[in-house]
Every structure is written in C-alpha cells, then in structure tokens.
Design a protein around this ligand. Structure first.
Ligand code: SF4
Length: 499
C-alpha cells in the first residue's frame, strides 16, 4: 500500500526526501520546536481566523488532523448544500495525498481555493508550492477550481482604529496559472515520494544548504551527529554566493585554507582566507584612524522592536517594526559610564513616547554608536510616525556611528568563523566578556516576550518579563562598549603604541 502523504509532508519531501522519510518513519529524531517557533505558528492561527471572516457565512470542518475520513465526509456534505457559501478547513484526498484547504469559497458552479499565510509575500516559492499541491489534490478529486491563490496581509494597509477593514487588510495573490503549469511535476513527485517511502532504507542524502531552505530542518542535529568537524568550512565564508559554492564543491574544497590562491573571492573573503592560512588576525592599518572618528561623549544605543502581523494601533501597518525599548550606555571622555533606558510598559503605541525620550536622552552632540543598520531603520520609522519631531530625529540620525562596517572593513580574526555578529566577534577580541545565559536570548524572543507581556494581567509577572527585556538590551549595549574598547587596544598594539 502506498504511504499517505499530507500537504506538509509533500513540501518536506520537496526540501529533502530524507526529511520526508524521517517524518514518516522516525519522527522521534526531530529536534522539538522552540518557544519562538511556536509563537510564529500561533500568530498564523490568529491571522487565519480573521481571513475566514473575509469569506463570511462559511462553515468550519472540525476534526483532528488524523480524523481524515470523517473530515472528508463532512466536506462532501457541505459542498452539496448550496446555502453554504464557503468551507473553512475543507478536507480532500487524492492518490493518498491529504490536504486541508484554509478557505474553499463557492464561485458560480466552481470553487475558489484560498491558502492563508501570515506574511506579506504571496509570491514566495514555498507558498506557491503549497497552493499548487492543493490544486492538484482538489482537481484530482473532481472539483472545478476557478481561482487558486495565496491570501496574505497587505503591507500598505493603514489601520485607522476600530474593526479591521478585511477587504483592505488582506490581499489575494492569484496563483492559478502557476498551479496549472506545475501539475505534471506534482504528480511525478507524489509518485516518487510514495515509492521512496515504501523502501526499507532511508535515502542517502548529505547535509547542505538545502537543510535551511525553505525552512530549517528539524533533523539537522541528527544528520550532523558524527560528521567530522571542519576547522574553517567554506560555508562560513562571508556572503558566499551559490556559484562560488558550486565551484568549490566541484574542486572538492571544504576548508577555507584549501581554497586555491587564484579562486575568485571578494575582498572580505580574501582576508578571511589569508587570516586562516596565516593563523593570525588581519588588521587594516586604517583601523586606528577609523576608531578615532568617534566624537565624545559616546552614546552606545540598542533598540528592541516588535513586528506584530496584525496592526495593533491606529496609524500602523501589518508587520511594521515598532520599537518598544532602548538602552543607552553613555561614555564620558574620561571613560566613565552611565546608563539611560526607556521601556514602554503600556499597551499603547510606543513610538511617540520613545521618540520624545530618545531626543531628551541623546542630547545634541556626541557620536551614537550602533552595531548594524537596524537603529537607523528604527529612527527612520520614528521620523515617519512623529513628523513634528523630524528635525531633532534627523539630527540624531546624522550622529549615528556604526561600528559594524569598521570591524568588517578593518579586522578579521580566524576565530570569527566567518561571522561579524557581535556574539561571534566580542568573545574573540575580549575573552573575559562572556555572554550571560539570559531568559531572553535573541531579538525575536524579545519581541515575542514583549507582545505576550502586554497581555499579562499580574503586575509581578509582567514586571519580571520587563526586567528580563531590559537585561537583554543592556547586555547588547555593554557588548558594544567592550568591543569598542578592545578594538582600540588592538589597534594601538598593532601600531606599537602603549596601552
Ligand atoms: S538535515 Fe538536511 S539532509 Fe538531513 S533530513 Fe534535514 S534537510 Fe535532509
């Protein structure tokens, strides 16, 4: 008997047949989803519920994912009832492939097939695959599909308060033509997957770039277990292009040190190769001068922002970045530090309050040290939200002093392992720094924690989350202070100056 596939498993098989084989035969090898990933799924659920309201009067087909037969029977019953204009979670099976359709809307004598995504990009390849496999199943089951496509959030929709305007909040990306074009390929893949799943042994597939596209594979830890660890794999080269990767694979080169001297590398990649071969850091003679362009007092600034899928406040759009917290370490010319911070604790639009406090805290002179272009984007967003404060905010933007390009253009240590993230760089140049194990470990987790904290009614519990958020943001700015100091010492040493 052929294996029963689902839409999710079909897409897993398109990514990697071993992943699909594992999903069916040894699911226990998967690394469980983290809390952040779970929160992303939950966000999708909320968007899905609203999307259904865009097709009013419909009926939901219940049943658990494994209750296939009753769900299919219920769908058939609803399709026969002309008073039902739309079916949510409609269930179908064709040649062993089972799908649940987010919305199946009646259109004349046929149907519209709508896949809902908490995203703004219907053209994403994986979304197109998703709707195409549903189209194959439904047409195979005998339905006449008039339109098939992906319903996403409309990034241009400006929420004005009250109920959402569902016609404006969502936008439909038609994929009917694409679905028709790829039907043959889907049929062939379904047959191949079913034959592969019937084999006794898993397919022999090595790890590679495909393990992260379109999604990070949950079997990565298992597949990598026992593999020899490379010292400096070519995959860690900065901005490695696919064509470079293919050329290095063709040469059988896995280690950066083995890359031939005439291989086409960009400037940063060439420095990496040189540093790895020589086993010493590469330091540009310009590092010292670049570091000295900083004007005291220095304000080391880090923002945290959240990007809710659904616009929460009037004047916001889907997936708009909304800064809710900043931390500043202000360093006087004598090196002494003081800190300034602001966390928006109310469930209201934080942008006005953040802008006002930021203007107050950053004064009118001194470099504002950041690490990446993120803070510039946040300030641009604040300018848009508070046009009456544009002049002051533009003056702040003029003072931004980004440490990241200074590091990238002037320094590389083999132990960076190809990464210029501050978490990779700081422990190498300042081994005593360390990163504390905090409850909140990254920006995404911070954003999720903040969104959740706004809904917590217990003050004590909410304050605990707020304190964790501040600790996370403080650690990032402190890291910038330490990194700047360590680089100054390195640049002085390289010039033979005393510390
Ligand atoms: S980690 Fe990579 S090779 Fe292993 S199952 Fe996943 S996608 Fe396939």
């Amino acid at each position: 008997m052929s294996a029963r596939l689902s839409k999710t498993r079909f897409i897993a098989g398109r990514q990697c047949e071993l992943r699909l084989w594992n999903d069916i035969h040894r699911r226990e090898l998967a690394t469980p989803w983290g809390e952040t990933q779970q929160a992303v799924f939950d966000r999708g659920t909320r968007v899905g519920e609203l999307a259904c309201q865009r097709y009013p009067g419909g009926t939901l087909v219940g049943y658990k994912p494994w209750e296939r037969e009753p769900a299919i029977a219920e769908t058939q019953r609803l399709m026969q009832d002309p008073s039902v204009p739309a079916i949510y979670e409609a269930a179908f099976e064709h040649h062993g492939l089972y799908v649940r359709v987010d919305v199946l809307a009646r259109n004349g004598s046929g149907w519209d097939l709508i896949e809902v995504k908490a995203s703004t990009r219907p053209e994403k390849e994986v979304f197109q695959q998703d709707v195409a496999v549903q189209y194959w199943t439904l047409t195979g089951a005998g339905l006449d599909i008039v339109n098939a496509g992906v319903l996403v959030l409309n990034r241009d929709y400006l929420y004005e308060g009250g109920d959402y305007d569902l016609r404006q909040l969502f936008r439909f990306g038609d994929a009917t033509e694409h679905c028709i074009e790829v039907q043959g390929a889907i049929e062939a893949d379904v047959q191949r997957f079913q034959a592969m799943l019937g084999a006794d042994q898993p397919p022999d597939i090595a790890v590679g770039d495909h393990c992260f596209t379109p999604y990070e594979c949950p079997y990565y830890a298992h597949c990598c277990a026992g593999l020899p660890e490379l010292d400096h794999p070519v995959s860690s080269l900065y901005r490695l292009r696919a064509s470079q990767r293919e050329a290095l694979d063709a040469l059988g080169v896995e280690e950066i040190a083995d890359i031939p001297s005439d291989f086409d590398l960009n400037a940063v990649q060439a420095r990496m190769r040189q540093a790895v071969i020589e086993g010493t850091p590469w330091i540009s003679p310009r590092l010292h001068d670049e570091l000295r362009t900083l004007t005291p007092p220095a304000y080391f600034l880090d923002f945290e922002a959240f990007m809710p899928a659904l616009p929460p406040y009037p004047g916001t759009r889907p997936f708009q970045s909304l800064p809710f917290l900043y931390w500043i370490h202000k360093q006087a010319p004598d090196g002494s530090l003081e800190h300034l911070d602001y966390l928006h604790e109310e469930p209201t639009d934080p942008r006005r309050a953040i802008a006002e406090r930021l203007i107050e805290d950053l004064g009118d002179h001194g470099s504002i040290v950041v690490y990446s272009a993120y803070e510039r984007r946040m300030i641009n967003d604040l300018i848009e939200a508070c046009p009456d404060r544009a002049e002051r905010l533009e003056a702040i933007r003029e003072r931004l002093w980004d440490l990241l390009p200074i590091v990238r253009n002037n320094f590389y240590h083999p132990d960076f392992q190809g990464s210029y993230s501050i978490k990779a760089v700081l422990p190498v140049v300042d081994p005593d720094s360390g990163w504390a194990e905090l409850e909140i470990a990254d920006g995404m987790a911070a954003a999720m924690a903040y969104e959740n904290a706004l809904e917590i009614t217990g003050a004590e519990q909410r304050d605990e989350v707020f304190a964790e958020l501040k600790a996370y943001c403080e650690q990032d700015t402190e890291a910038m202070v330490r990194l700047h100091h360590a680089l100054l010492q390195i640049s002085k040493t390289s010039r033979g100056e005393e510390h």
